[in-house]
Design a protein around this ligand. Structure first.
Ligand SMILES: Cc1cc2nc3c(=O)[nH]c(=O)nc-3n(C[C@H](O)[C@H](O)[C@H](O)COP(=O)(O)OP(=O)(O)OC[C@H]3O[C@@H](n4cnc5c(N)ncnc54)[C@H](O)[C@@H]3O)c2cc1C
Ligand code: SF4
Ligand code: SF4
Ligand code: SF4
Length: 394
């Protein structure tokens, strides 16, 4: 039976809940609204199924193939704009839907819950594009994908490494008709924290108007940061801003609201769970000239033969450059380990438990740092570059 002795031992995938034949596991809230399983011992038959699917135990299988690294972006400007970085997920998923695959990835529903969602065709893909920086709920999609795979249907699943690992354990065997992609992941806050921040911003920043849609990683022409957001309010107005003008995004960028499992992530390493791994390539200028990283450029790591086949097929839709993966690892650009737990995290949790979002906003998120950054980002880029060189800013 699942037995979590520390919050870092659970990534919140809920796979144990779904497989329990006695329906005796429920998810309950811990700190910062993160969910953890709780077993009703009076009903448990000690069958061990929950443990067998948990992605947080056992080895992560070694990849026999030589991994390859590409810096890449879509040659379709619209696709590139609609991705968080280079629009690689969109490019691959369009190719796969054209070739009979169902695409499962993360989308917001109408109530701003982040859920694994299926695109049956190309038309359904756009809601899956872009990173959403919070935990994604799989609901009953693992079961649905498994049934499809068993029926011989083709499935492409893209998610965080822990959720892909959970799905693979849930399946219990390899399927030729399954392709998986994960991303270089530094962690996720909870849905409750996200919703509370939306409510806080409704009152504080949006004159009481509810947030109907929220987008991370919005690209702005001549943008000075990869982290702009946009909201659609109930009065039909759309607002775009720097991440530090969104309470949730500001906390995320400080790495202060993440799950404890993210600070000790067992998947933040070279050994990947998926066929293809996607990420940003913020330091591209150190390796390739003439590319503006704010237009969007991805890191793409091909982990398996299956991944290589899809990559080759997508090549005509991409601009790409192969780089030496060993050098990137040596330079600590890739796979440099789990996110460090900021020293303010305990204080942040304490204030949040006592005074909620209002409290953490006042103490941690409304700081001079953000005001300074706001000023910094309003400067023309040559001036920013000069300051950056002198001050060592990011
Ligand atoms: C929580 C999170 C943390 C990340 N941290 C890093 C990082 O530290 N370093 C780095 O290089 N890259 C990170 N990324 C990846 C990066 O943001 C881009 O997603 C990646 O560069 C691919 O960009 P793209 O333009 O090809 O695809 P995109 O259009 O951005 O597609 C991203 C894919 O991920 C899925 N997805 C989005 N959010 C979630 C979620 N919360 N859970 C599960 N699936 C999701 C989408 O549905 C889509 O399939 C992170 C992504 C997420 C979601
Ligand atoms: S051991 Fe079996 S019955 Fe008990 S909680 Fe786990 S899955 Fe459910
Ligand atoms: S990681 Fe997933 S399967 Fe394991 S205990 Fe947590 S919710 Fe259950
Ligand atoms: S950092 Fe690790 S544990 Fe956290 S969401 Fe990402 S893959 Fe899962």
């Amino acid at each position: 039976m699942i037995n979590i002795s520390s919050p870092a031992e659970c990534c919140g995938c809920k796979t144990c809940v779904g497989v329990c034949p006695m329906n005796c596991i429920e998810m309950v809230e811990g700190t910062l609204g993160h969910l953890y399983p709780k077993v009703d011992l009076s009903k448990c038959s000690d069958c061990g199924l929950c443990e067998s699917v948990c992605p947080m135990t056992g080895d992560i299988s070694e990849r026999a193939n030589r991994q390859r690294f590409f810096a890449a972006f879509s040659v379709n400007p619209e696709m590139r704009k609609n991705g968080s970085s280079g629009g690689i997920f969109g490019t691959i998923s369009e190719y796969l839907t054209d070739n009979g695959y169902r695409v499962y990835a993360a989308a917001f529903d109408k109530d701003l819950n982040l859920v694994t969602t299926c695109a049956e065709s190309k038309d359904g893909l756009s809601c899956l594009f872009k990173s959403k920086y919070l935990i994604c709920d799989n609901q009953d999609k693992f079961e649905e994908m498994k049934t499809r795979l068993q029926n011989g249907d083709k499935v492409f699943y893209c998610s965080s490494p822990c959720l892909v690992a959970a799905f693979k354990k849930f399946l219990g065997k390899e399927y030729d008709n399954l392709i998986t992609a994960d991303f270089i992941c530094h962690g996720v806050p909870s849905l409750r924290f996200f919703k509370e921040c939306m409510e806080f911003d409704r009152k504080k920043r949006y004159g009481g108007k509810k947030v109907l849609e929220y987008s991370f990683r919005v690209k702005k022409k001549n943008g000075a940061t990869p982290h702009y957001f946009s909201v659609l309010l109930e009065n039909g107005k759309r607002k775009t801003g720097y991440y530090f003008d969104s309470t949730f995004y500001a906390a995320f960028q400080k790495y202060i609201s993440l799950r404890e499992s993210c600070y000790e992530c067992r998947f933040a390493k070279r050994n990947r769970v998926s066929d293809i791994t996607l990420g940003d390539f913020h330091s591209v200028e150190n390796y390739l000239s003439g590319i503006n990283r704010f237009d969007g450029i991805s890191s793409v790591i091909i982990n398996t033969q299956k991944g290589q086949k899809i990559w080759d097929a997508c090549n005509p839709m991409l601009s790409f450059f192969e780089l030496d993966i060993e050098k990137l690892i040596a330079d600590k650009v890739l796979f440099s380990g789990a996110t460090g737990r900021p020293k303010e995290t305990d204080g942040f949790i304490e204030v949040y438990e006592k005074d909620g979002v209002e409290g953490v906003y006042r103490k941690y998120l409304k700081s001079a740092f953000y005001l300074k950054n706001s000023f910094y980002y309003s400067l023309p880029s040559p001036v920013r570059r000069m300051i950056k060189n002198v001050k060592g800013l990011k």
